[in-house]
Structures are given as C-alpha cells and as structure tokens.
Design a protein around this ligand. Structure first.
Ligand code: HEC
Ligand SMILES: [Cu+2]
Length: 333
C-alpha cells in the first residue's frame, strides 16, 4: 500500500513499539485506518493552505485601490457563498468516510472474539502486569509478570481486568489500546504473525509510576511457545548449591514471603509478581530494569530508589545475604 510506503519514512517505523509497524491482522487494520485518516486530513490541510495562499496573493494590497471597498459586489458574494457551501459539503463527506472506515475497522477487529484457541488473563496492578495462563489442572497454572508469550499465527484472547485503578493495555505493534477496569472484564483478541519482542505500555495514567509500567509481548513459533509453557508450569527444583540454598533461606526469613509466591516453598502471597520463574524473565519491575544480578540486587535492596512510591519496601540486609538471595532468584528459571 502506498500509504504504508510513505509511512515508512516516518521516524519510529520498524520499531518494536509503534503502530506504524503492525505485526498482526488487528494492528494492520488499525494502521490502514490511520493511513486513510492521515492522507485525507493531510490533503485537506494542503488544499486549505493553497487556498489561503491564493487568496492572500490575489488580495495583496494594490496601492491605487486603497482602502478596499466595504461592500463586495453581489455577484462576488454569491460566488463566495457557493464556494463555502461546497467546501462544507466536501468536509462532511470526508468526515463521514472516516467515520465509516473506523466503524468498519472496529467491527472487523471484534469479529474474531470468542474464536481464540488460547487465553491469557492479564491483571493490571499499580505498577506491573500479572499474566496468567489458565490450565485445566490448577497446580499447572502458569503465572508470570510483565511478559506475555504468545504463539505466532494464532488468535489469542486477552481477558483483561484491573485489581486497583484503571490501566490501559497497549502493545501498538499488535493491537490498539484496551482499558483494564477494576470490577469489569474486557475481552479482546490479538494476533502476531511475526516472531519478535514487541514492547507495550500502560496507556492510562494510573499513579506516580505509570511511566514505568511497560511489558513485553514475546511472539514465538508454536513449538517454542509450548516448551516455554511447559517450563513455566513446572515447579523449580530445590536450590542445589550452598549459595542458592542460603539465598532461599534469606528469602524465606524476610518480608518477601508476605508479598511474593515461589512455588515449592511456603511463599504463596500474590501482592507482588510471582517469582517462581523470575530468573527466566528479560526484565524486572515492569520493564524498568534488565534482569541481571547487579540490577536485581539494587532493586531488592531499595526498590523505592528506582520506582519511588512502588508497593515494595526497601529490604536492608548485609551484602553477603543480598548476593546469595540474588543468586537464588536468578537460579529460578
Ligand atoms: C509489601 C510487599 C512486598 C514485599 C515485602 C517485597 N516485595 Fe518484591 N515486589 C512487590 C511488588 C508490588 C512488586 C512489583 C513492583 C513493580 O514493578 O511495580 C515487587 C517486585 C519484585 C521483583 C521484580 C519481579 C518482576 O518480575 O518484575 C522482585 C525480584 C522482588 N520483588 C523481590 C523481592 C524480594 C527478594 C523481597 C524480600 C527481600 C521482596 N520482593 C519483598 C511487593 C513486595
Ligand atoms: Cu497502569
């Protein structure tokens, strides 16, 4: 499409967080509507500017005709009325075309609802995303945070809600914005046709750390998706080295267990992200930090410094304990 070709020139095209780089049918339709509206309004803007230019040029001050007559001749007046009425008619028609186009788009996007073979439950929290894959056996339930793995080429139903305030789920390469509302469930269907990592972001102001509430959509081939699911459904083996064993004790003897779950241990709280497989994630704290030992240590020691106001208190502890705790968390894959 020509529209697409020209939009390629726009900076940000090809990026992993841009509606100009759609990777699935829903985002593609949205991008086509965007292109249509962009070209219609762009053309109207250009034509208007040309008309303004012509009229300025035509009516430039002519010295011997100054001041201009107060009364325009009636025949010129009639011409002006016709021109304005014509322009209004065209505007209404164009607005109507854009309205119908956006109506058709939302209809087409919603059409697939209810036909998706996969379902993901997404809960917005201040300021992170809880992600669950419901399973027939409750103890095989996959629970993760801030990253949503999906198989490519398949419809996936997102079942979204919020546990506190209004959030908005927006992964622009894959779909438009969808609000997650407390006490209300919002279902929509997404699809990605290319493997890749596409960044998403909360798109509704939800408190001081709203800007640090992003997530990753990880689209991968079906077999990779299934092996990921299988790994996530398992309970990690007990820690095997003295360091990670000590790290687990540190975890279990601190406040962490009041807020976090690690399957296979007594920690079973759901205030914060499930840490059963935290070591397998790319980022921590909702896309705020890369998941590596030094960042993880800083986060655990004082998350308030990184995300002021975050719902996780500082955890002062000796360096040795911190190192072992971090080694244990990173071993949870
Ligand atoms: C009062 C509840 C609370 C306590 C206590 C707590 N956390 Fe957290 N934790 C949270 C919340 C909430 C988040 C999500 C923060 C965000 O991203 O906005 C979080 C995030 C994390 C993350 C990042 C997970 C991810 O995938 O992004 C790690 C790791 C973590 N906590 C480890 C710990 C450890 C280790 C302790 C104990 C030393 C601890 N937490 C104590 C509430 C808590
Ligand atoms: Cu939010």
């Amino acid at each position: 499409m020509i529209a697409l070709a020209i939009l390629i020139a726009v900076p940000g095209f090809g990026s992993n967080q841009s509606s100009l780089n759609p990777v699935g049918p829903m985002a593609q339709r949205i991008e086509h509507t965007l292109a249509l509206i962009f070209f219609i309004t762009g053309a109207v803007y250009l034509l208007t500017m040309i008309a303004v230019g012509i009229s300025v040029w035509r009516n430039r001050l002519v010295r011997d005709d100054f001041p201009p007559p107060l009364q325009t001749p009636p025949e010129q007046d009639r011409k002006a009325v016709t021109a304005v009425a014509g322009a209004m008619g065209v505007s209404v028609l164009l607005l109507f075309i854009m309205m119908v186009a956006s109506f058709i788009t939302s209809h087409a996007i919603g059409k697939e609802n209810g036909r998706a073979p996969f379902e993901v439950d997404v809960y917005g929290h201040q300021w992170w995303w809880e992600v669950q894959y419901p399973q027939p056996e409750a103890d095989k339930m996959v629970v993760t945070a801030n990253e949503i793995h999906i198989p490519i080429g398949s419809l996936v139903r997102i079942h979204g809600t919020s546990t506190d305030v209004i959030h908005s789920f927006w992964a622009p390469n894959i779909h438009g914005k969808r609000d997650l509302l407390p006490g209300y469930e919002n279902d929509f269907v997404i699809q990605a046709d290319q493997p890749g990592r596409w960044r998403g972001q909360c798109a509704e102001f939800c408190g001081p750390q709203h800007a640090h509430m992003s997530f990753l959509m990880i689209a991968e081939p079906m077999d990779k998706f299934h092996s990921w699911m299988e790994a996530q459904a398992g309970t990690p083996p007990p820690p095997s080295t003295p360091q990670t064993q000590h790290g687990q004790q540190v975890f279990l003897s601190h406040a962490c267990i009041m807020c976090h779950t690690i399957r296979g241990t007594v920690a079973g709280s759901r205030v914060g992200p499930d840490l059963t497989h935290v070591g397998s994630r790319d980022t921590i704290a909702s896309g705020t930090l890369p998941n590596d030992p030094s960042h993880l240590a800083k986060w655990v020691l004082n998350a308030q410094q990184i995300k002021p106001g975050v719902r996780m208190p500082p955890n002062p502890m000796p360096q040795q304990e911190l190192n072992d705790l971090v080694a244990y968390l990173e071993s949870l894959r």
